[in-house]
Design a protein around this ligand. Structure first.
Ligand code: PEP
Ligand code: MG
Length: 323
């Protein structure tokens, strides 16, 4: 299937209306990197660093991690890689970490919450990222930020590590971009200052949807009840787009839905200009975007929502069938 789209590899995902959507890929292991070239992705929009921790039976050392991240950047050959700091806890339990007995691990001690409580690990990972990025841009994003204070604290730790490296006379990354993952509904309502502090924001749609509908993403029975194309969820996305536009912060969407055709087109129509997905989805999504007018679809969605439809899948699918 990848071959079918090979001719599109070097072409942009530009709709007939002239709107261009940047398509990035999700990754987490070294083995994912060859897809960067094959898929034509513009970069890695989400690098899940916890996967490297999950495949080991000990906490990796700083030098080991720095080598690994350097290798990732080498393989990316100048394309941006958004490194997400450790998102452990919840379903991702490290073999060498004492399991937490939590009634609701998805809402428990995970991701940045662990990072801020166990700062040594977060600092070590940030040092490794800084050292791996010497002379080139470093993109770091913090997962599962639920309020501005957590972002400020994580941001401060990164700045401290950068100045420490500088004081020690180490060479530095050529540029630093810091972002947050927006995967709890609360963050859509954060003070404006939060958006202004971010160099970029990425919607973690898997978690955002789970918490918006209060439906466990691991539980088939409840997961299927709620559709991403539900008008209420799309209204939340609109709110996020407008908060980001207001603060002029670039926004991307990196959950699984970014790789699904109807959803991807809808996100683009709502104003999300960057989508990050599994590499195999890039060709099909690009093919689709190039066939349609994103602006026209926006009109269809606006009208359907104004009319009061509770789910937008049908009008979007019907519109697509007419293209
Ligand atoms: C998400 O929540 O949508 C996301 C991209 O992160 P993960 O799936 O790793 O939780
Ligand atoms: Mg997530």
């Amino acid at each position: 299937a990848q071959n079918r789209y090979a001719s599109l590899r070097g072409l942009p995902a530009t709709g007939s209306c002239g709107t261009t959507i940047q398509l990035y890929m999700n990754a987490g292991l070294m083995a994912d990197l060859p897809s960067l070239e094959g898929s034509g992705a513009e970069g890695v929009g989400l690098f899940r660093t916890e996967l490297q921790f999950l495949i080991r039976n000990h906490v990796p050392r700083r030098g080991e991690l720095a080598d690994l991240y350097r290798h990732v950047l080498d393989r990316a050959m100048g394309k941006p890689v958004m490194f997400r700091t450790l998102d452990i806890g919840s379903d991702k339990v490290l073999p060498y970490m004492k399991p937490q007995d939590e009634p609701n691990p998805a809402m428990g001690w995970r991701a940045i919450r662990v990072g801020l409580d166990k700062r040594g690990v977060l600092r070590m990972q940030l040092q490794a990222l800084i050292r791996a990025s010497v002379g080139r841009p470093l993109h770091v994003m913090f997962p599962f930020i639920a309020d501005i204070g957590e972002y400020e604290a994580a941001h401060r730790i990164l700045m401290q590590e950068l100045s420490r490296e500088q004081r020690m006379g180490h060479p530095m990354p050529s540029d630093i971009r810091v972002g947050a993952m927006l995967e709890t509904p609360s963050l859509a309502f954060a003070p404006r200052k939060f958006f202004e502090m971010c160099d970029f924001i990425s919607i973690g749609g898997n978690d955002l949807k789970q918490f918006f509908f209060a439906a466990d993403r691991e539980n088939e029975r409840v997961r299927r009840r709620y559709d991403t194309m539900n008008s209420s969820f799309l209204s939340l996305l609109r709110q996020i787009v407008s908060r980001c536009d207001e603060a002029r912060v670039p926004l991307s969407f990196c959950g699984e839905d970014a790789g699904r055709p109807i959803e991807a087109l809808t996100f683009a129509a709502l104003g999300i200009r960057r989508l990050s997905m599994r590499p195999a989805s890039i060709g099909p999504v690009k093919h689709l975007i190039r066939r349609v007018s994103i602006t026209e679809l926006r009109g269809v969605i606006d009208e359907a929502q104004d009319f009061g439809l509770t789910n937008l899948r049908r009008p979007v699918t019907e519109w697509l069938a007419r293209q």
